[in-house]
Ligand binder design. Structure first.
Ligand SMILES: [Zn+2]
Length: 170
């Protein structure tokens, strides 16, 4: 179980009520709220003072902040697919490696020669459709996965959005 207040992993959790909100908390945090078992608040601390409303409010604020931080991390798990910066060189190299003229590649792609020329000098960016055609015709990879926010570890537990998903959302 994870304490809903401090976020610590805890074997023991207790359901308490704080400001009308039900929370499952660890032993340490349980003193901040009213117990659901009717015995009142937790044990008084060594100083003899019960946790003040200010302390409770502070704890709840910390919890809020933590929740927001977690949201940021979830955003970080979203991987966007983006055109690689060196696409022009990759297209050119792949075309040359296949002994294709710009005209021939253009014909395969069903595009104008001027489009191929502009792609190869980097003056235009290929559309998503053209990226797919280029990748298929030339057997190259023109896209890379880009994390919106860097996450530690790099393991993504969440759903990874594909380019298709991103387009659908627009
Ligand atoms: Zn706790």
């Amino acid at each position: 179980m994870i304490c809903e207040m401090c976020g610590k992993q805890s074997e023991y959790t207790k359901t308490i009520f704080i400001e009308g909100t039900q929370l499952k908390v660890c032993k340490e945090c349980s003193r901040f709220g009213e117990s659901s078992d009717g015995k009142g608040g937790g044990k008084k601390s060594a100083t003899g003072a019960a946790p003040s409303r200010a302390m409770v409010a502070e704890r709840l604020q910390a919890r809020e902040r933590r929740m927001r931080t977690r949201d940021v991390y979830q955003e970080g798990e979203i991987t966007a697919v983006d055109l690689v910066p060196e696409y022009a060189r990759i297209i050119r190299d792949a075309r040359m490696a296949r002994n294709l003229k710009q005209e021939e590649l253009a014909a395969k792609l069903n595009e104008r020669v001027s489009i191929v020329a502009k792609l190869e000098n980097g003056s235009i960016r290929p559309s998503d459709t053209l990226i797919k055609k280029l990748e298929k015709e030339l057997g190259v990879k023109l896209t890379e996965k880009v994390s919106v926010v860097k996450t530690e570890g790099g393991h993504s537990a969440g759903k990874v959005l594909t380019l298709g998903d991103l387009i659908k959302k627009k």
